[in-house]
Write a new protein. Structure first.
Length: 152
């Protein structure tokens, strides 16, 4: 299984969930560092996360699933719910360094069933780079801010 993951990384098939993309930005971990860790890293035992705690480890489909669905089919389906994925251009928003960053027209694979969004490694690198290098934005928007306490 780990060999399949390393092969996928070499073949440029590494994909991030939206949560993983956001966490990589918050923790300032580049996609290059992730790839190096996968290819050159050691496998370590981690305790199972407590209920409600998020789990950032790589997930792999149970071996039996490969027999039921072809590998090509697995790549086309959502890891959360098994729904069909479709290529779309999406808006990705992240708060970082006290500022809201809005990325428009970001290529993603989006689950038709649950809405989970997956970003290619190359796309992740470009988004991370734009934030790191504080790229000049293409435009600014005004956004309404509502304090929840003011509406209850
Ligand atoms: Zn899904």
């Amino acid at each position: 299984m780990i060999r399949d993951i390393i092969k996928a990384v070499f073949n440029g098939r590494l994909e991030y969930s939206e949560h993983a993309l956001s966490q990589s930005i918050h923790r300032d971990i580049s996609n290059q560092e992730v790839k190096q860790a996968i290819i050159g890293g050691k496998i370590i035992e981690l305790p199972s996360p407590a209920v409600g705690e998020s789990d950032h480890r790589l997930r792999a489909q149970p071996a039996g699933m490969d027999r039921l669905r072809s590998k090509a089919e697995l790549r086309m389906t959502c890891h959360v719910c098994g729904g069909r994925l479709e290529d779309k251009l999406v808006t990705y928003t992240i708060e970082h360094g006290g500022q809201l960053h809005v990325f428009e027209n970001v290529p993603a694979r989006v689950c038709r069933q649950c809405g989970e969004r997956y970003f290619a490694d190359d796309t992740v690198g470009k988004v991370q780079g734009a934030i790191r290098q504080e790229r000049e934005p293409d435009r600014f928007i005004q956004a309404p801010v509502i304090d929840y306490r003011s509406i209850v």
